[in-house]
Structures are given as C-alpha cells and as structure tokens.
Design a protein around this ligand. Structure first.
Ligand code: ADP
Ligand code: ZN
Ligand code: ZN
Length: 802
C-alpha cells in the first residue's frame, strides 16, 4: 500500500505529492485527509495524505515509509481535499499552504529538536548531570555553554539529534478522581486516622457524604482543603484512582443563554425567506443576495432558514466579519440553537479554536458561526452557507493563500448543491452588479421591522465651522446634540473614521485633496521625499504650498487619534462618561467584550471608537451617532474608497435608533457634497451604486474589469524597481491588447521592515493565460525568492491596494 503525501515544506520544487510506503502496522488505518509523519532528507516532517493507492513507479529499494500517524481519522474530508486543488490554482499558492489554511492554527506542525542519549557511559560528568535520569532533552533547553560539547559527542555517536513532530496545541485534559473502595472501607480508614490528620479526615467525610463517586480533582481540593500530597497518599493507598479526561475549552461556558423562539416574520421577511427555503428544500445551489437596510431583520431570516436546514438533518456555516463577531451576535445564535453551535473567531485562544473545530469534526454540532476561515468547516452534509455583511474586506485573506471567502463558499455550495446567502445593507459593487444581471438572486428588504424610521442624518460642513471660528474637532451641532443626549440620559456613539494606513494632504478651508489625473485615486504623501505619488501608475507631484482650488495656506496632513479625541471630549464635556474602544484599549483578551458590556449596562454615556464599533452593535438607548471625520476613508489610495466610505457611514448610521427611541446621525465632513457622503443622508444605495458604476466603467475598474496585483519587495530600491519593471515588460508582451498593465509604481507603503516595495496592477477583461503567465514569473524568480532576498507576492483579486 502506497500513500501520496504533500509534505510540510514551502518550496516550489517540493510542492507536489511524494510516494511513501504504508507499513503493515498502519495498513488499515491510513486514509486520504490524514496527517502523517514522514522522513524527508535527514529530518522527519509532517505531511498530508492526499491519496492512497496500490502501486508506485518508485523503485522498491528507494521508497521510504510513513513513520507515524498524526490522526486516527481524516482531518480533511474528500471534498476539502479536492477543494484544496482548486484553491491552490485560483490563488497561485503552494498546495501545502492551501491544505494548512483549511485547519485551525493549533493544528499546524511544531518541530522540536531533541538530543537523545545513545551511550551514557561515554559522556563527561557535566553532560551526565545535564541529562540526569532523562534519555533525551529538548535542544532548546540546553544551556549555550554546553552546546559545543553536545556537538562533539553527537559527532562521536554518543548522542543523537532527533526531530520530534507535534502540533502546536493539544487537547485539554482534566484530572479526575474516582472512589475505588466501598464506603465501609472508607469508614474503616477513618477510624484508623490519627487525631491531628485533619485534612485527611475532612476528605473522607466529604467522600462519605457525596452522592457521586467521580470528582474533578480541582473541585475535591477546593471543597475539602486537601493538599496534593493528601490526594497522592489516598491514590497510593488505593482509596482513589486517578484518570485524565479530555474536555473542551469552551469560551462561552460560563454564560447563560435563554432559549429564544422564532419571531413572526414580516411580509417582506417572509417573501425573502420563502425563496431561500425553496432552494434548501430542493437541494439546489443558488446564490442569493439579501439586500436589506440596517435593522430590517436579516439575522432573523438567517436563523429561520438555518432552522430549516438543521431540520433536514443538514449543516450550516454562518460567516460574520471578525469585528462584528460580538458577544451580542454569538448570543443570538446560541439562544436559538443552544449547544448545536460552534463559534470560531480570533478572539479565542488557539486552544479554544481547536476545541471548537473538533466539535465540528466529531459531528457534535451542526452549525458554525465564525470569521473567514470557518468557511472550511469540515461538514460533510452542508445545507447552506451564509455570509453576513458580505461587502466586508476581512473576507479576503491577505496572506497565502489569498482567497476570498465568498468564492470558497460558492465553490463548496456547488459541490454540496446548497444555497449561499450573501447579506448586506450595502453590498459590494461586484455582488450587486451580479445580482442585477441575474447571476445571483436578489432579495430586498426595504423597511426596518416594526416600521421604525431610518435615522435622520445631518451633514455638517467642517469648512463652514472653521470659517465661523470653530477650530475644535466637534461641530456646534454635534455639541448641542451630545448635551441633549446627556440630559435625557440616553447614549451616543462617536465614530472616528481611521482606516489602516492613510496619509494624504488636505485643504482645511475647502476640503481639496489632490488626485491622480490618470487613476482617480488620492495621491499619497511620502514623507521622505516630501512628494505626492500615485501608487497605481507612478504619477508624481510636488506638495502644493497653497491650495490650487481656494489658494488657502491651510493645506496639510490629515489625521487624529482616538486618544486625542477623548482628551478633547473630556475637556468640553467634563460630565460625560466616555468609553474608548480602539486597538490600544482592546488588545487584551476579553477587553472588547467587557467594554461593550459596560456600555450596555449604561456605565458610560458615550462610546468613542474606530471601525470596530461600526457594526453589529445593537443598544436600545443609543439615539445619537456622530461621525467625526467622514473624509478619511474617502482619501485612502484605493479605487474602492468611495464604496468603503458609503458602506461605513451607512453602517454607523444604522447603530442609531434601532428600538423604540428615534435616532439621529451627525456626519462631519470637509467634502459633504461628495456623492458617497451626500447619498448616505437619503439612505439611497441604489443611487450610490449607479454613480459609482459610472466611475468604475470610466476608469476600467471592477466590476467592469478584473484586477490582479503583483507586489515586489527587496532591500535595494533599485532591485525592487528593476524586477517590477521586468515583470511589467513581460506581461505587456504576453497579455491581450485590451489588458492594461500599470506600473511599476512605488507601493503606498513604500517600505516595510527595510524592504522597498513596488507594484504592478493588471486590469483585464478576458485573459485565459494570466494565471500561467504569473506562474512563469514565480518560477523565473524562484531561486532568488528562496534565498529570501526577493519577495514577489501575487494577488489574483486584490482588496488591499497597498
Ligand atoms: P439586521 O440584521 O437586518 O440589521 P436584525 O435581524 O438585527 O436586523 O433585526 C433588528 C431587530 O429587529 C432585532 O432586535 C430583531 O430581534 C428584531 N426583529 C427582527 N425580525 C423581527 C420580527 N419579524 N418581528 C419582531 N422583531 C424582529
Ligand atoms: Zn482649498
Ligand atoms: Zn495614477
């Protein structure tokens, strides 16, 4: 029996299956989708069995054997194995990387170097002491001054280097104690104890009174005050036996969930749900776009359609963007489906994630709610995949394999013949265009449930404020409204629009920001050269000393941190209790949840934060939402910046007045007449879509054209530029005439960790050979890339244009 194995080495030449013999002892055990340990060169490494077969072309003498099994049942299903080929091809990544990305990080291989004693008597005293009673020690545990000596004895053959393969995080076990004797026997023991054996006596009387015979060791100690030594004595005397039991690290263990029942759907909801139900009933693949305004009850539709799927005996995946995977969101699913839900997101520890994954693997749950990678949940009987907030860019993985969860979801759903539901109040242009063409089925919810109005939005022109002498970051109207909220004892959310890296120069008097004449994106300010650059096409311009529009001298950098806003806020509104949420205040595990809970308990009046508070929050007393700087996301150098701005503002506005109390929204901007800001006021997605599509068509961007991006980095700026130029020339020579190759251009983040970055953007309509051309580029530079000097990353569907 032969197994084809993809080994854990990320090198082009090795990224293919190798044949290994399955030794007799593993004969009936090895199956495709399992992880095994195999010899590779001098080392032992982990690998995935992708196929089991009878014969091999390799000569009998030279074929190696599988040395160990990592799993006793496959961790990847046949479907996922097959999907891994598709994923590798689509993203131009290594097959091994694609396989690994389908499993939780805890299951990644960990390699430990061990030194094993072969002949102890030959070792000098110092080494004998180092090893003590042990036969081997971890290489990492050897003191530096003894390394030389170790090396010497390895060469002499007295010691041996071995590689130990394990996975990063193991299963969690708890110590259990069982009563091993009858109660009479215990009473007998009680009689024999000395007077002063207080702890032992306490332990015995506890054991005698207890209704059960099995205890958690930890509980037993807590209840009786018994020391570890006492327990040990009892075990040695045969009164107790100990064992270790596997438990799940359940992050929601201590939380109580009151079961919730299905709500009566509104006519609009019912109509939408009907279509999805039908696809579920008929086992049909169909992709739906559930386009519903904020608060229109999309989540309730998810819950009811999932219920339908589960009743059919099938399984469902719900993807939620990382930042909106709030406790509130999780709660809604747990309340409806109880212990049938696994939750996977980055707030969990590696071990917790592994445990949640194992619940899926062991078929203990039928529903998973999770961030991007949950799309690979190893269900075998999938009945539906839901992607909430489908426009969110966190669904795109920004490292190898650079996949978009939506593509993976649709690919899996086709294989399982089940529906995909994409939900959003502000769908991505690509998705909406497909829905309009009939590729996806459009389902619309135009009203909030209970006939609540969408919040009233006022746009504040910050240039006006400046002209009227208000130099603070809060407009007059925002201050008035904030004070009203405080008086009425309601709550407000203040949103500081800060999106990743963005550095642009703006006129404070008129809001002017210089754009590339060729690409319609804002020029990026480069501090070193003090110049403005377009990082799509390389166009450069000097920084203007006065505004070309209004001749003001107030033209400079733009950007403010949350901390400064908080300081200002406490100055102007000293009575307000403020909770600040940004990367600084939420970096500790659980901090995010704690702050939100505290806001929900009305321990603060104002929640101030960045993107992380834009979504999913649902607090009944929030009646005011303020956006301090609508413009920031408008000027990130990305052709999607208008789309991002409209989505963000719509989402934030949706946080206001979701319950009985009416809500209002104040948006501050230096360019309030820009369509992406203006149209937020009318909550008019359709109008925004039409406007934005004009721009996309005009500049040949998606959804009219496809994009691909190649980013090159190197320590030497000339080398990075030169290689990018070669790539550009190669592509220009080999691509279709209507394909546009832009670049080489400096990346907006021109330098990361001392490496200069250049990029090339490819816009194409139809280019069957593109993948193979890009593969050729990877092959061509393979040697240099393996020496780690040159890095070339290829993104077939870029979302981060930096
Ligand atoms: P969305 O996901 O579209 O923003 P939600 O599903 O969160 O909307 O619904 C908004 C609020 O309305 C929630 O509090 C939800 O419980 C409630 N809701 C949803 N559907 C109904 C319904 N049919 N009847 C009553 N309340 C509903
Ligand atoms: Zn100006
Ligand atoms: Zn340009």
């Amino acid at each position: 029996m032969i197994a084809e194995v993809i080994v854990d080495v990320t090198t082009k030449a090795i990224d293919r299956p190798f044949d290994y013999r399955v030794p007799d002892r593993f004969k009936d055990l090895v199956k495709a989708g399992m992880r095994v340990v195999v010899p590779f060169g001098p080392r032992k490494i982990q690998g995935f069995v992708t196929k089991v077969k009878e014969e091999t072309d390799i000569k009998t003498g030279s074929i190696k054997e599988i040395v160990d099994l990592f799993d006793l049942s496959p961790v990847l299903t046949d479907e996922l194995l097959e999907l891994s080929h598709w994923l590798t091809e689509k993203t131009l990544s290594y097959h091994i990387t694609a396989l690994q990305s389908m499993l939780p990080a805890a299951m990644k291989a960990k390699y430990e170097k061990e030194i094993q004693v072969l002949s102890e008597e030959e070792l000098p005293q110092s080494l004998k002491e180092l090893f003590g009673q042990r036969e081997s020690i971890l290489y990492a545990d050897i003191p530096a001054e003894q390394l030389k000596q170790i090396q010497k004895h390895v060469q002499k053959g007295h010691l041996e280097v071995r590689y130990h393969v394990s996975q990063k995080s193991g299963k969690k076990k708890v110590r259990m104690l069982q009563l091993a004797v009858s109660k009479e026997k215990l009473e007998e023991k009680q009689q024999q104890l000395k007077k002063n054996a207080v702890k032992q006596k306490a332990l015995i009387s506890y054991l005698l009174q207890a209704g059960e015979t099995t205890f958690l060791a930890k509980d037993l100690q807590q209840q009786t005050g018994a020391s570890s030594q006492t327990l040990k004595t009892f075990i040695q005397e045969g009164l107790l036996t100990e064992s270790y039991e596997e438990v799940y690290r359940d992050p929601y263990r201590d939380r109580e969930f009151t079961p919730s029942a299905s709500l009566d759907l509104t006519p609009e909801q019912r109509e939408a749900a009907k279509h999805i139900h039908q696809a579920v009933s008929e086992d049909q693949h169909e992709t739906f776009l559930l386009h519903g305004v904020t608060g229109s009850g999309k989540t309730e539709i998810y819950l009811q359609t999932i219920d339908h799927v589960l009743q059919k005996g099938k399984e469902a995946i719900v993807l939620v963007p990382e930042i909106s995977l709030t406790p509130q969101m999780v709660q809604r699913f747990k309340e409806r489906f109880g212990s049938n839900v696994a939750v996977l997101h980055s707030g969990l520890s590696t071990g917790e994630k592994y445990d949640e994954w194992r619940k899926i693997h062991r078929k203990e749950v039928k529903l998973v709610v999770g961030a991007r990678s949950a799309v690979f949940a190893p269900f075998e009987n999938l009945g539906m995949i839901i992607i909430d907030e489908e426009h969110e860019s966190s669904y795109k993985q920004e490292e190898m394999p650079r996949y978009h969860a939506k593509d993976v979801a649709i690919e899996r759903a086709v294989r399982h013949q089940c529906p995909v539901v994409l939900g959003s109040a502000t769908p991505s242009l690509e998705t909406y265009a497909r829905a309009k063409k009939g590729v996806y089925t459009l389902l619309s919810l135009k009203h909030r449930v209970n006939q609540q109005q969408l919040p009233h939005v006022s746009l504040i022109d910050m240039r006006e404020e400046l002209r009227n002498g208000n130099r603070s970051m809060f407009s007059e109207e925002l201050m008035i409204r904030l004070k009203e909220v405080l008086e009425r004892k309601e709550q407000a959310v203040l949103f500081l629009n800060k999106r990743g890296y963005s550095s642009f120069v703006m006129c404070r008097d008129c809001g002017y920001v210089e754009q590339c004449p060729h690409c319609e994106i804002s020029l990026t300010y480069h501090r070193y050269q003090k110049r403005l650059k377009c990082h799509y096409c390389g166009h450069e311009a000097p920084v203007p000393s006065e505004c070309p529009e209004c001749h003001s001298e107030h033209i400079r950098y733009f950007g403010t941190g949350t901390q400064r806003v908080e300081e200002e806020l406490t100055k102007v509104l000293p009575e307000a209790r403020v909770i600040r949420m940004d990367v600084d205040t939420t970096s500790r595990k659980g901090a995010h949840e704690k702050l939100l809970t505290s806001f929900g308990n009305k321990e603060a009046d104002i929640l101030l934060g960045t993107q992380m508070i834009a979504k999913g929050l649902d607090f009944p007393d929030v009646t005011l939402v303020g956006v301090l700087s609508a413009d920031t996301s408008l000027h990130i150098p990305d052709f999607r910046s208008s789309e991002k701005t409209f989505q963000l503002l719509t989402q934030v506005s949706g946080r206001a007045g979701r319950h009985e109390k009416a809500g209002s929204v104040i948006i501050q901007s230096y360019t309030p007449s820009h369509y992406s800001i203006e149209l937020t006021k009318q909550h008019d997605y359709e109008a925004f879509y039409e406007q934005e599509m004009l721009h996309r068509r005009h500049q040949s961007y998606p959804p009219y054209y496809f994009l691909a991006m190649v980013t090159v980095s190197h320590e030497e700026v000339t080398k990075a530029a030169h290689v990018t130029d070669q790539i550009v020339q190669f592509l220009k020579m080999n691509c279709a005439p209507n394909t546009r190759i832009l670049g080489p251009a400096a990346s907006p983040i021109a330098k990361i960790k001392d490496r200069y970055r250049y990029q090339c953007v490819i816009k194409y309509k139809r280019e069957n050979e593109l993948a193979s051309l890009l593969r050729k580029i990877q092959d061509h530079y393979q040697k240099e890339m393996e020496q780690k000097q040159l890095m070339i990353s290829i993104d077939m569907n870029p979302y981060m244009m930096m």
